[in-house]
Unconditional design. Sequence first.
Length: 443
Amino acid sequence: MELFESSSQPDLFPQQESSANRQAPLADRMRPQEFSDFVGQEDVLAEGQPLRVAIEQDRVPSLILWGPPGSGKTTLAGLIAKKTQAAFVPFSAVLSGVPELRGLLKTAQQRRKVSGQRTLLFVDEIHRFNKAQQDAFLPYVERGDITLIGATTQNPSFEVIAPLLSRSLVVVLKPLNDEALGRILDRALTDTIRGLGASSVTLAPEAKHLLMGYGNGDARSMLTALEFVVGQFSAPGKSATIAQSQVEQALKSKALRYDRDGEEHYNLISAFIKSMRDSDPDGALYWLARMLEGGEDPKFIARRMMIFASEDIGMADPQGLLIASAVFHAVEVIGLPEVQINLAHGVTYLATAPKSNASYAALLAARKDAKEKGNLPVPLHLRNAVTSFMKDLEYGKGYRYAHDDPKGAKDQTHLPEELKDRRYYRPKNKPNVDEEEDITSPW
């Protein structure tokens, strides 16, 4: 096969200008060719860092590169390809399937047997393989036929099988900060070979800041926007300074990054719930807005609000569950965009309501006893004597009917003998309620 006959690496790093390179997107042309150009991830790749040393010494372990779009995952894989002696084989989990992958793996195995050369297999979007499909990598990684480099925007602890994770080093790449984005912008504007230096364009400070904000930690998104803006407002042979208003005019509006199936989905709903739990309506409304702007399903939000109303508010304000249920009903019958008003109404109510998790905590404690104590018998007086034989066995004997009992059968026991003194429901912070009242009062 051609991949075995040639160990040439993919041209992730164009070494010289060509007409083909000039037609490539700016973000692709500006990929760093050296470690010194790879900015924003110094805690991972600065000189002397363990991963950089391993790359320079050609001792790269299997890696899972985890980071948001535009943080440098593919670029880092390309740097590894350039700096090591292994055959570098790129593979996209989006464009190809398991049959093609198995062919590459067998080729890598044969390459190692015949020439002793290792294969660095770069799998972009590795999370697109389901967990059964990821098993295909395992024997080849274990035997050393391949060094796997997987790239993912999703939390690998959720999306990558444990056996692969245990055999790989997870490298976390962070969204690029403004300093890194600014350096990347400056390089793109001044590089006359691969960048836009020949256009003699400069950015007003406000325009530069706006483009960095548009990138939102994503160098690829920022450079794509820069190339479009420069194309709109530059002319051959003429210098130009692009103003903020021109950037705004060209880009119009920006979609927030949000993956409804990925980690950000869970991060935002977590921030939303915790803001309501901490009685912060402003924080809760902001995270609600973030989710709605990102395209989250309003039913998902409303369902979580219903859970929250019982888990975190409970009997401190029983009306909370009714409000949350009404919001969910509004989502079903009204829909976007108007239902945003109902969601905001519900969120501010739940965030400012008094909080108590006593009901939920009581359930957890009762379940713990149920699991640990096993099948404790129901006390005889609580059993239903539906036959004469059951009555002979004293089922129901001594049971006091609460409506006929002057005390409401308040002191009647309702737990198995082994748990007779157990208290699960322990509401807090309710004034003028003594310990005895606490047992039966909703407060």
